[in-house]
Every structure is written in C-alpha cells, then in structure tokens.
Design a protein around this ligand. Structure first.
Ligand SMILES: [Zn+2]
Length: 132
C-alpha cells in the first residue's frame, strides 16, 4: 500500500499534516500539471542527501504544481502549500511556493526519509529546522 500524503502547513489558512489511508489517486493531483524540476531542485535534493546521510533518487520523483497558493489536501482537512506522497515519490507544490527553497527542502525530506510525519531527527536535526 502506498503511503499517503502529508502536508506542509504555512500560514494560518493552511493545515497541519494528517493522514488517513492512502488514496489511490491523490486528490492533490486533481488539478495538478507536471512540473519539469528546475536545476536548483536537484541541488536542493543533493544537499539534503548530504546533510541527512540518506540516499534517494532525484530522477524518480514526479513533480507537479497547481495554480495559486494551495494544494488540495482533503486527507488533512482542506488545503496546504505542498504535499508529498513518499511511497509514490510524488511531490505537489502550489505555484506560489514553487520557488520557495524552504518548502522544497521540507518536501524533499519527506521523500528521502520516507515519512509522512515529521520526526525530529529529520525535521529539526541533521538538516536544521525544516518546520514552518
Ligand atoms: Zn510536512
């Protein structure tokens, strides 16, 4: 069973991470379009591998974006800035945050650590504070 999404909450309008069962077709992808990752995403990924000591595969990640500033996140009750489905190696980012290094680092950590939660080891440890 694929892991479900977790969401990054940024700002009062956005949500915390929460997660029921894995959706077969993530709702976050409903209005998403594929995003060709810019070169700096790869740099961020490599940097996160280095500080975490985890090994991933940047090429296997499927990136998507949605217009505006919110990714649909019914699993966590509404909307979020971005969402990562580690088991599917899929990251969805709201267009407004697609150039935000902090958001990209946060989502990449979900993928590298293969977690939908925010263990301190990964989100406030080796790679610094990645929580909003
Ligand atoms: Zn998160």
């Amino acid at each position: 069973m694929p892991r479900f999404a977790l969401y990054l909450a940024l700002g009062a309008a956005l949500l915390s991470c929460a997660s029921p069962a894995a959706p077969v077709a993530p709702a976050a992808l409903a209005n998403a379009t594929p995003l060709a990752p810019p070169a700096w995403f790869a740099s961020v990924y490599a940097g996160m591998e280095q500080c975490s000591g985890l090994k991933g595969d940047f090429a296997r990640i499927r990136w998507y974006h949605v217009a505006g500033s919110q990714v649909r996140a019914p699993e966590s009750g509404g909307f979020a800035a971005a969402g990562t489905y580690p088991g599917l190696h899929t990251i969805v980012i709201a267009h407004f945050y697609a150039k935000d290094t902090f958001v990209v680092r946060h989502e990449v950590m979900h993928d590298l650590a293969d977690v939908t939660s925010h263990p301190q080891e990964w989100f406030d440890g080796r790679c610094g504070d990645l929580m909003p």
